[in-house]
Design a protein around this ligand. Structure first.
Ligand code: ADP
Ligand code: MG
Length: 290
């Protein structure tokens, strides 16, 4: 036992007190649990020990029971923190995704992606497709799963990300901002290509993609096929350089189908059933996304 465990030079867990600890010893035990940051055990110590005694658990099983309680508590707290740091615009999950909705999204693939192996391997994921087919929904849902699996995640919109980078560059703080966006294990960039980007934005995006290359995953949603990214960045050379890195280790999911929003409206009778489909609907959709 280390000296730290022997306040006033005395061992805390002496063998001669099998019945339990004396009051000062119990206080010292709680102080040690505080110092070791085992707060869940500290808060529920009596209950947990009573439960263990009630079930007739061995010492090793009791220790397991205590450790599991602490680990579950820490995981739950980390998940809550992670969700708030991620800045998701709303809550969406895979369980709420309707695969029956005339969509090309494959349930098995989404479940596989939710396991997060692509994030562990630093791969990128692209969701491409017209508005309303669930790209943002799936991006948030996978982001939430990633956090539950312990991956730090940040959700941002492409325009806001690039506005931040352009501004930071103007203020001489580009390095700081790039480091900020390079930090999370998963960075979700939503709606690339919906709105025109500021000039020079392509170069800044390239720097970000290079910095994250093979280190952290990017999940990008876009209504533009990758062949159109030259137009998105208003610079074909930069777009090629971005795609070169982005697509090197990547999974590209192209979603086809009807806009879910319009489908709902059609179902509720707000739109006629013979109303024109996808192309016209796409034009009518707001670019704001979700
Ligand atoms: P996109 O990002 O492709 O434009 P969104 O993910 O924003 O589309 O979807 C628009 C709305 O429709 C959201 O509220 C989303 O939750 C919902 N939605 C889209 N597809 C589905 C689906 N297959 N099942 C359930 N909800 C869906
Ligand atoms: Mg969207």
């Amino acid at each position: 036992m280390s000296d730290a465990m022997k306040p006033h030079g005395r061992e805390v867990c002496r063998e001669e007190i099998p019945e339990g600890l004396t009051v000062p010893e119990d206080e010292r035990l709680r102080a040690m649990l505080t110092r070791l940051k085992l707060t869940a055990i500290r808060e529920r110590l009596d209950t947990l020990l009573d439960e263990a005694a009630g079930k007739g658990l061995s010492f090793r099983q009791t220790f397991y029971h205590l450790c599991r309680t602490e680990v579950e508590h820490k995981d739950a707290r980390r998940t809550v923190m992670g969700m708030s740091i991620a800045h998701f615009p709303c809550v969406r999950d895979l369980e709420g995704f309707d695969y029956g909705a005339r969509t090309s999204v494959d349930r098995r693939q989404m479940e596989e992606l939710s396991a997060g192996r692509w994030i562990a391997g630093g791969e990128n994921l692209l969701f491409l497709g017209p508005p309303g087919v669930g790209k943002t929904h799936l991006a948030i849902a996978l982001g939430r799963k990633a956090i539950e699996r312990g991956y730090t995640t940040l959700f941002t919109n492409a325009v806001s990300l690039l506005t931040q980078l352009v501004r930071a560059q103007g203020e001489g703080k580009l390095e700081e901002r790039l480091a900020w966006y390079a930090k999370p294990k998963l960075l979700i960039v939503d709606e690339l290509g919906y709105l025109p980007l500021e000039s020079g934005a392509g170069h800044l995006f390239f720097q970000l993609v290079s910095r994250r290359y093979e280190r952290g995953s990017l999940l990008i949603t876009s209504n533009r096929a990758v062949g159109e990214w030259g137009m998105v960045f208003d610079d074909a050379v930069v777009a090629t350089a971005i795609l070169d890195r982005l697509l090197h280790h990547s999974i590209v999911v192209t979603i086809r189908g009807e806009s879910y929003r319009l489908r709902e409206k059609r179902r509720s009778g707000m739109i006629r059933n013979d109303a024109p489909d996808t192309a016209a609907e796409t034009a009518k959709e707001t670019p704001a996304g979700i």
